[in-house]
Design a protein. Structure first.
Length: 328
């Protein structure tokens, strides 16, 4: 009898332990859905309305806003540090070479201004960026996902730290390392790469693939030769101004066409081509290419939630900025 009681007690302790682990796993790093329900109940509705006003006039803003959120989360975590201006003594992230093509700061500022009028000192710039990104993507036929909120704003932004961003010339080993360092999976890597279904790129981001891949005046052999001819017509050596669509035909619409392009060896960057170097990522590319992106929208929503939790500041960490470009 005593043995049975001990066994029951041990089993109960195991269950409690498992439930505790599950609670930690679902704690979302201090974030939660409806974080502003009591302190600023209209926060998400106001954000959505203002984002809609901007995206309806300029749908191409969705891509750089998505990229801005990505670049924010990969440097210091999703703390709004990409929004800070440089100062006399410090060059901020937004002025680093990798971020010079980011656009859409005016959307974040407009939302912040409206929320400060409604609920002063309550909604963080980091949360605004996460919400605006979600709304902008959903407005160009992309998925909608629930954004857990409660992020607080960081007080530091250092341009040199943008070296931690996954580079467009990265091979699969480097890309996997960059994503793993942020707690993201290989699936998150291949899914979030699908963000290249919208937007444009400067020729300079892939020029080496066309004209000097190994330093001998050659082209990247993993790039479709016919596509090389097409790209060379658009991009002359040294061109730093011409923009090329990353997903020709639907660069303003969020869809699964990106994977069809990658499968045909027509991804614009080496990092796109790299997805065919790994068994897991290649399998995902082929699946989406063969099924017209059947699970891409759902997968992208899940990976965006995962990305939005990277290194967040919650509780009393950081601050709630009054203006997104300046610390308080």
């Amino acid at each position: 009898m005593a043995t049975q009681k001990l066994a029951s007690l041990f089993f109960l302790q195991q269950i409690i332990h498992v439930l505790f682990i599950l609670h930690l796993a679902n704690a979302d790093h201090g974030l939660k859905l409806g974080f502003y329900q009591k302190t600023c109940p209209d926060a998400e509705a106001i954000t959505r309305k203002i984002t809609h006003q901007h995206i309806s006039r300029a749908p191409t803003l969705a891509a750089p806003l998505l990229r801005m959120h990505f670049h924010d989360c990969f440097i210091r975590g999703c703390d709004g540090s990409v929004l800070l201006n440089s100062t006399k003594n410090n060059q901020a992230e937004k002025d680093a070479f990798a971020n010079l093509s980011l656009r859409g700061y005016q959307v974040i500022d407009a939302v912040k201004s409206a929320l400060e009028n409604k609920c002063p000192g309550v909604v963080s710039c980091a949360d605004i960026l996460a919400l605006v990104t979600r709304d902008a993507v959903s407005m160009i036929k992309g998925p909608f996902w629930d954004v857990p909120t409660g992020r607080r704003d960081g007080r530091e932004s250092v341009a040199s730290e943008t070296r931690d961003l996954p580079p467009p010339f990265g091979n699969i080993t480097l890309l996997k390392q960059k994503f793993a360092a942020k707690g993201l999976s290989v699936k998150d890597l291949v899914v979030l790469s699908g963000a290249h279904t919208i937007g444009t790129s400067h020729c300079s981001s892939f020029e080496t693939r066309l004209y000097n891949f190994t330093g001998k005046g050659d082209t990247d052999p993993t790039l479709d030769p016919n596509y090389v001819v097409h790209l060379k017509r658009k991009c002359q050596p040294g061109d730093t101004t011409t923009l090329v669509k990353m997903d020709p035909g639907s660069f303003r619409t969020f869809d699964g066409d990106y994977y069809t392009l990658v499968a045909k060896r027509r991804g614009l960057f080496q990092s796109d081509a790299a997805l065919l170097e790994d068994t897991e990522t290649k399998s995902y590319v082929k699946l989406q290419a063969n099924t017209y992106g059947s699970t891409f929208a759902k997968d992208f929503a899940e990976s965006m939630v995962n990305m939005g939790k990277i290194g967040v500041l919650t509780g009393k960490a950081g601050e709630i900025r009054k203006h997104c470009a300046f610390v308080n």
